[in-house]
Design a protein around this ligand. Sequence first.
Ligand code: TXA
Ligand code: MG
Length: 313
Amino acid sequence: MALVTIADAAAILAQGGLVGMPTETVYGLAADALDPAAVARVFAAKGRPAFDPLIVHVADLAQAERVAELSPRARRLAATCWPGPLTLLLPRRDCVPDLVTSGLPTVGVRIPDHPLALALIRAAGRPLAAPSANPFGGLSPTTAQAVLDGLGARIDGVVDGGPCRVGVESTVLRPDPTPLILRPGGLSRERLADLLGEPVAVADRPARQEALPQAAPGMLASHYAPRAPLVLRDGPWPADAALLAFTGRDLPAGATAEILSSAGDDVEAAARLFACLRRLDAAGPARICAELLPPAGLGLAINDRLRRAAGLG
Ligand code: TXA
Ligand code: MG
């Protein structure tokens, strides 16, 4: 198993194999979305329970229409936000295997904003189902090396697209009947509300459960977790932990720490989040202590991942 070219990757996918695919958010573990056996291999490789549906990645709007029905609101969002870090939950068409949607009547669809992802989908000539390319429950990978470290032995190749630009997963939005964010992500709530000219709600736990009765693990309390236990900062920085700081302004001297953005920029912080957590975790600390960001812009997505890493929904 190694780094592969787009042509090799397309050949692997045509045979029902699994390929690590760079996107602007995080690396995905891609399989032919229309081949149930290939999709089953994705669940097996990740150790992911079959009740958690996968996102289908397409290269253009025509391909999106072949797997899902787009409402007028979905169409508006697709026109302005795709390619980009927005997954739309849409009524599925019959060609989408049950395993992809975990039997739900909706399918998550997005056009990724990464030239190699688009090239791979086009070369495969099929929509690609891809969850984040990490073992179930672990940190999402933002480099090809992180994919190899986590899943190398269980997949058929990785396309190296360099570090991911956005760094947190896509925003998962149910557009209808009224816009509802089920997972905050790389496209902010503020931007979505601005584009739509209407309020955009963020689902709390009961609303998530109603939308996804089986409780999707990306929305489970413990997820996106490092190996070391992670606690959220609550007062002064503890002395016995590796620290994940936002701006790092009040870090104690000599602390083992990673700073997400010394300029206090939420976008930079998102791009660095998983790599910083991986580095802290690699040193094998007794625990990691992380501080939350102001809950605006991508701070919402970052805080969501940190809360889940801490085992808090
Ligand atoms: O940025 C991303 O979204 C990355 C890249 C690879 O595209 N993918 C990703 O996939 O994060 P994954 O499987 O790790 O997370 C997808 C989330 C899960 O929480 C899943 O439950 C939810 O989307 N989801 C997918 N289809 C759904 C559906 N039909 N209804 C409700 N939730 C859905
Ligand atoms: Mg994931």
